[in-house]
Design a protein around this ligand. Sequence first.
Ligand code: SF4
Length: 96
Amino acid sequence: MRRPRALCATHPEPDLWFSGSKSQERAALICRRCPLRPACLAHAVERPEVWGVWGGTTEEQRRALVEGTGRRFVEPAERATPVLRRDRDGDLVAVR
Ligand code: SF4
């Protein structure tokens, strides 16, 4: 059985997920069709991921979700720039 693929991993403009707000709106729309969206969003809220679009949400939207659970959302400026790489399946993964 073929594993579902992240749409951001095969999109011709992967920077959409990490650039300015207009691009992030486009990325979030693409995420709505992604088969990995539920798991991606759960990961992004649990970690929490503070950069870019994850699971169809922007940083602002995840801040609201995280703070709604009583946890503190660490602002991007307080965190080190994430280092991303692609795994064997071409999916983006944070290595720190
Ligand atoms: S950020 Fe998450 S939901 Fe959006 S396309 Fe990538 S894997 Fe799918």
